[in-house]
Design a protein around this ligand. Structure first.
Ligand SMILES: O=c1[nH]cnc2c1ncn2[C@@H]1O[C@H](CO)[C@@H](O)[C@H]1O
Ligand SMILES: [Zn+2]
Length: 356
């Protein structure tokens, strides 16, 4: 199971950029307990916040993406009212700011928050309000944008894509698909991706996490994704020749040549079985090969992690330097779904000074 490390102040102080973080995977355990009580949800495994945090980390540590995803039943259950969504979003923004994150794209699936009678629009507006509240409530400067996720097993992707376009000027930066990967290829949602491209809208796709190269290939070459959520399995297309040199297959070369950003989530991958250890996680090999690698949390609650913790783990267990962290942070900001001038301003005014 992932350890909750003591974070060194010098790592915490670094400016960070987070592109892959799930709203329903990042709640404070104490908030889950309070919201469950307020909303009459009796399904929690325990109502002791500390024990609940531990339960999430252990239950998510199953070695399978499908079982990992079952833990979201509890977090999603307490996010069914506008008040709950606003609170969770506000706290997420504040927790990230406190951790030194200066820009974050936080994703969630609006279709999973309709059980209390909210419309899709009301869900998006409540979360947006929470992000705005959290941005101004935190002492540290942070910019937060939403990504709207469609669940890959469901049939709502076109509707969610339309929501992304409708709210593009109100804090929604892009679209994503998530959920069990095996059996639900990206092309199942081709209509949604084609619509978004016609609308000049941004999207990323979870691909190459629990399923391999065909998923990555479809995401890029059929769906036209701008970034890859995880993408760790691109390693399946990289081999070593007799002299020990890396040999990139056609897809692996394409991903590197086109500078396609990889939203990598080391601790999450250990829990779902997509990687064996932090030391052996492909993120380091891919960094050395100069892929456009970024560091992400995925689900802070399920992994008991933070951006600082992911960075510190890479430093302590995979030999990363502060220069590597700076490079990955600039990679991430370059890859954000924010207008170019705003990205540049954060790089020049916040990130570079923070690493000097
Ligand atoms: O690592 C992941 N891979 C695939 N799907 C995920 C992952 N983490 C979370 N979700 C799914 O995304 C939904 C919306 O946020 C979550 O409810 C969960 O089902
Ligand atoms: Zn994810």
């Amino acid at each position: 199971m992932s350890e909750q490390a003591v974070i060194r102040p010098e790592i915490k102080a670094l400016p960070k950029v987070l592109l892959h973080d799930h709203l329903d995977g990042g709640l404070r355990p104490a908030t889950i307990v309070e919201l469950a009580e307020q909303n009459g949800y009796v399904g929690l495994p325990t109502t002791d916040p500390e024990a609940l945090g531990r339960w999430f980390r252990e239950a998510a540590d199953s070695g399978s993406l499908e079982r990992y995803l079952e833990t979201f039943d509890h977090s999603v259950a307490v996010m069914q009212t506008a008040d709950a969504l606003r609170r969770v979003a506000s706290e997420a923004a504040q927790d990230l700011a406190e951790d030194g994150v200066v820009y974050a794209e936080i994703r969630y699936a609006p279709e999973q928050h309709l059980e209390g009678g909210l419309t899709l629009e009301q869900v998006v507006e409540a979360v947006n309000e929470g992000f705005r509240e959290g941005e101004s409530a935190s002492g540290n400067r942070i910019v937060v944008r939403a990504l709207l996720t469609a669940m890959r097993h469901a049939a709502k992707s076109t509707e969610i894509a339309q929501l992304v376009v409708r709210y593009r000027d109100q804090g929604v930066a892009g679209f994503d698909i998530a959920g069990a990967e095996a059996g639900f290829p990206p092309t199942r949602h081709l209509d949604a991706f084609e619509y978004l491209r016609r609308e000049n809208a941004h999207f990323t796709i979870h691909a190459g996490e629990a399923f391999g190269l065909p998923s990555i290939w479809e995401a890029i070459q059929w769906c036209g994704t701008e970034r890859l959520g995880h993408g760790v399995r691109i390693m399946d297309d990289i081999s070593t020749d007799d002299a020990g040199a890396d040999k990139l297959g056609l897809l692996a070369a394409y991903v590197r040549d086109r500078r396609i950003p990889l939203e990598m989530c080391p601790s999450s991958n250990l829990q779902t079985g997509a990687a064996d250890s932090i030391a052996a996680h492909p993120i380091t090999h891919l960094k050395d090969l100069r892929y456009r690698v970024t560091i992400n949390t995925d689900n802070r609650l399920m992994s008991g992690t933070s951006m600082s913790q992911e960075m510190q783990l890479l430093v302590d267990e995979a030999g990363w330097t502060v220069d590597d962290l700076r490079w990955a942070t600039i990679n991430a900001m370059k890859s954000a779904f924010l207008p170019f001038d705003e990205r540049l301003a954060i790089i020049d005014d916040v990130i570079k000074p923070g690493y000097d």
